[in-house]
Design a protein around this ligand. Structure first.
Ligand code: PMT
Length: 355
């Protein structure tokens, strides 16, 4: 049985939330100290740091490839410590995993910080389309399992690419699920990556929760629908704190040697460019890539600083659209193939400028 035509994870854009509320202030050093002392690091964080150090060491000694940290997928906000319920952020991981493949193909090594069980580079071509057993058949002569003829050619090509990347130790995969795990891991990786100098690129495609429940306020057990937890109207009221906007900390402190690119997701095209310009102004990083939920697989817009920088929202910030043509759509091109060469050029300029 197969229900390939039904996709429950695709939201209805007409019912998307309005994000025109003002943004929170950017995170300062004090927020940094506050967040990272008041919340608990994941138990495995030392293991992550050690893996990243080994990865950087390997590439410093053997390849001196450019290295990209790509974040991908959505973070969750648990409502209970022993989590039964949580709030989730939309992202399948397509942007991040596709971008990873293209950067790897162009000679980068990639640290892929992704929401566990969202799309992964290479396996993304198979993992979410069919039931995985449908890719296989049993050879009736020797009872061995084989790949179905229909899928063999595609799988062969992708497996070759994947094995090349694995053999050259070019892909390090690190998972997160909660926003707390994401933030601790992002800080650890980006500060470690800073030692690699300007050959590092930080590419923030993850969709990060704007609100969370600090560990001090998190109920230990599943919230009961008993009178104690409910308002007089029978409503469950949950208080969420804002998540500090740590992008500014990455730019100013955690990884100031890296070229830093963030994404901006909106649902209303009338505010996309302004929000992207505002993000560029607030965080002072290198590039914002804007996209709309409805068209994100077909077009994106680069918003970068104009040479003439001003103190207000930079009205001159440059805009450049990248769009798939009808022919490219027909031939299954992906938008990342169109815009990533431009990202690579920008990074090369950054490296040359700092050397
Ligand atoms: O995975 P897909 O289904 O292909 O979808 C891809 C995408 C639409 C999710 C992706 O292209 C995208 O737009 N990601 C950014 C979503 C967004 O607008 O996030 P934001 O406004 O919460 O954050 C803006 C940027 O700051 C992001 O790059 C985010 O990774 C980063 N951020 C945000 C908050 C925070 N505390 N730390 C961060 O690093």
């Amino acid at each position: 049985m197969n229900s390939e035509d039904i996709h429950t994870s695709v939201p209805d854009p007409n019912k998307a939330i309005d994000r025109s509320i003002p943004d929170f202030p950017v995170a300062k050093e004090v927020d940094d100290n506050d967040y990272f002392t008041k919340n608990t690091p994941p138990t495995y964080i030392h293991e992550v740091v050690s893996k990243v150090k080994d990865f950087l060491q390997y590439h410093k000694a053997n390849t001196f490839k450019k290295i990209a940290l790509i974040t991908s997928g959505g973070t969750t906000v648990p409502l209970e410590n022993n989590t039964v319920r949580f709030i989730d952020n939309f992202s399948a991981g397509t942007r991040g995993s596709t971008s990873a493949e293209i950067l790897l193909k162009n000679g980068y090594a990639v640290i892929f910080l992704y929401r566990e069980f969202s799309l992964l580079p290479y396996s993304r071509h198979f993992s979410h389309n069919l039931h995985f057993l449908d890719y296989m058949k049993i050879n009736s002569i020797d009872n061995k399992i084989e790949i179905n003829d229909d899928h063999n050619d595609k799988m062969y090509k992708i497996l070759l690419d994947y094995q090349k990347i694995k053999d050259s130790n070019s892909l390090l995969i690190i998972p997160f699920t909660t926003v707390n795990q994401y933030l601790f891991t992002l800080k650890s990786i980006s500060t470690t990556l800073n030692t690699y100098g300007s050959k590092s690129l930080i590419y923030l495609a993850a969709a990060v929760s704007d609100f969370f429940i600090p560990v001090s306020k998190l109920p230990q057990h599943k919230i009961q629908s008993s009178v104690n937890n409910l308002s007089s109207n029978g409503q469950l009221i949950i208080n969420l704190d804002p998540v500090p906007k740590f992008l500014k900390r990455i730019v100013d402190d955690w990884s100031n040697n890296s070229l830093i690119i963030s994404f901006k997701l909106e649902t209303d095209q009338n505010i996309l460019i302004n929000k992207a310009k505002l993000a560029l102004k607030r965080y002072n990083h290198n590039l914002v890539i804007g996209n709309l939920l409805q068209t994100r697989k077909k077009e994106v817009v680069f918003v970068s600083k104009s040479s003439n920088e001003s103190n207000q929202i930079d009205k001159n910030a440059q805009e450049k659209w990248f769009r798939l043509t009808d022919d490219q759509i027909k031939n299954n091109f992906e938008i990342e193939e169109i815009f990533l060469p431009e990202v690579i050029k920008l990074h090369d300029l950054w490296i040359n400028k700092t050397n």
